[in-house]
Ligand binder design. Structure first.
Ligand code: NAD
Length: 457
């Protein structure tokens, strides 16, 4: 039997080892899910909803333990782990409220003995290969609507959030979801690859562009529905009429929350030259106030970097920015271990020749660039292969709407950032991915429309 070691990124200590899957067990799990799916789809929707409601209650009952488990294996500050679990509840409520309407058969024509209907049937067996940075959010965005709409789910948590993924499976099963309708699959990239090779009806992936591109290449000829929620290099533009202090505090939080490891972290900031110096000073002041430390401590704001290899990526971005003339305002180095630690880092006088402004940092590192006005800001915001989110700070609503309408991004923010709503679709342009989760579209995406042409004899 394979095993997967689970480490605490804040201390490097081994937490435990869990049994892991191999090619044979993955194939057996896929076959079990295939056999179980029709039975689950035959369960009345009200009962499927009752299972998910009990799952929600289970999360509430164990919230403290679940938060500690997530913090232990990811290094996420404990308050942010609690925030994620509390945020999850609103997402579940949204799906429970909206699923009936999404599954209702629509009669779109009825005349002269001819009726046309659209029925919404489940995809079948769907795979969810997930990320570690918000394991509850990105997992539940897929498996909650997938289960509600009658699919069986093979769920592979990230190898950096496996204990959390196993807790999800335990709570779903305790809530009445049959064991073979939601199956956790444990392991790293090779197990994900084995999973994608099975006979499946949909693959929903959250993770990096590099892995997403590999999966897309493998699945292309197989005509399997594929959704990829990938990384970003999310820009925000601060106009000269913005409230400097409010914008600096909001954007420092948007850049550094979860130690900068959010898909929608603010990754690039453009500031109008008229307020550039004041903004940079306020931003650095805010970052200086962020407490770095034990992720289990209540007052910690910056926790450990989850994946050790990311430290080298951050160091390379820092070295590249310094070599190309950026000004380091704070941080810039690893912090002493054990564990994976990086100081919150702010660069000013950056430009687009620097990796820091082009490739996802996914850590507590940010660059702030001076711009002359809206035209230059827009050009720089769109100078990226990604397109997940983008934002603008100004009291002028018309100006913000005019500019944000021209930005290539799945979500745009006016006077806010780093925000996800269950009511709105979550999607990316370009190398940030294809497909979407959340909103009513994020329920419909787990169904297939079947067209009925019915003529009375
Ligand atoms: P990753 O690509 O390293 O891993 C993601 C998942 O893919 C893991 O479960 C991993 O085991 C699996 N995997 C790795 N190689 C595989 C292969 N060859 N075949 C199949 N599966 C394989 O990403 P990560 O480090 O877990 O997540 C961080 C990335 O996720 C960042 O780029 C972040 O921006 C992105 N992300 C995006 C969103 C979004 O909604 N757009 C949300 C969260 C995270």
């Amino acid at each position: 039997m394979n095993t997967l070691p689970i480490h605490n990124p804040a201390t490097a200590a081994l937490i435990t080892q869990v049994p892991a899957d191999d090619a044979a067990s993955v194939a057996a799990k896929a076959a079990a899910a295939r056999a179980a799916q029709p039975g689950w789809n035959a369960v009345p929707l009200a009962e499927r909803k009752a299972c998910i409601a009990r799952f929600r209650a289970g999360v509430v009952a164990e919230l403290e333990t679940l938060a500690a488990t997530m913090t232990g294996e990811t290094g996420k500050p404990i308050k942010m782990s609690r925030n994620e679990l509390n945020g999850l509840l609103g997402r579940i409520d949204f799906f429970l409220k909206e699923v009936d309407a999404q599954l209702a058969t629509e009669t779109v024509y009825a005349e002269g003995g001819m009726t046309e209907q659209i029925q919404h049937i489940p995809l079948g067996v769907v795979v969810n290969i997930s990320a570690w940075n918000y394991p509850w959010f990105v997992g539940a965005n897929v498996y909650v609507p997938a289960l509600l709409t009658g699919n069986a789910v093979l769920y592979k948590p990230s190898e950096y959030a496996t204990l959390t993924g196993l807790a999800m499976a335990r709570l779903l099963h305790a809530a009445g979801i049959p064991k073979d309708v939601f199956i956790a699959v444990v392991g790293g990239g090779e197990v994900g690859a084995a999973l994608q090779a099975q006979r499946i009806d949909g693959l929903f992936f959250t993770g990096s562009y590099a892995t997403g591109a590999k999966i897309a290449q493998a699945l292309g000829p197989r005509m399997v529905k594929l959704q990829l929620e990938l990384g970003g290099k999310d820009p925000t533009y601060v106009c000269e009429d913005a409230n400097v202090k409010n914008a600096a505090e909001s954007l420092a939080d948007g850049a550094m929350y979860n130690t900068g490891q959010s898909c929608c972290s603010v990754e690039r900031i453009y500031v109008h030259e008229k307020i550039y110096d004041a903004f940079c000073a306020a931003f650095v002041d805010t970052v200086r106030g962020f407490k770095v430390g034990d992720p289990m401590a209540e007052d910690t704001y910056i926790g450990a970097v989850t994946r050790a290899p990311q430290l080298a990526v951050l160091e390379a971005q820092v070295a590249d920015a310094l070599a190309k003339g950026a000004t380091l305002r704070i941080g810039g180095t690893r912090l002493p271990g054990p564990g994976n630690w990086f100081a919150p880092t702010v660069f000013t006088e950056v430009n687009h020749s620097m990796e820091l402004m082009r490739e996802e940092s996914f850590g507590p590192v940010i660059g702030i660039q001076k711009v002359s006005g809206d035209a230059q800001a827009l050009q720089l915001m769109n100078d990226t292969r990604y397109g997940l989110t983008a934002g603008m700070f100004t009291p002028d609503e018309a100006r913000a709407k005019a500019l944000l309408a021209q930005v290539n991004a799945g979500s745009v923010y006016w006077n806010c950032c780093d925000r996800v709503s269950p009511r709105l679709p979550w999607s990316g342009h370009g190398d940030s991915g294809v497909g979407l989760t959340l909103s009513t579209y994020g329920i419909a995406t787990f169904t297939r429309p079947k067209a009925w042409h019915l003529r009375q004899a």
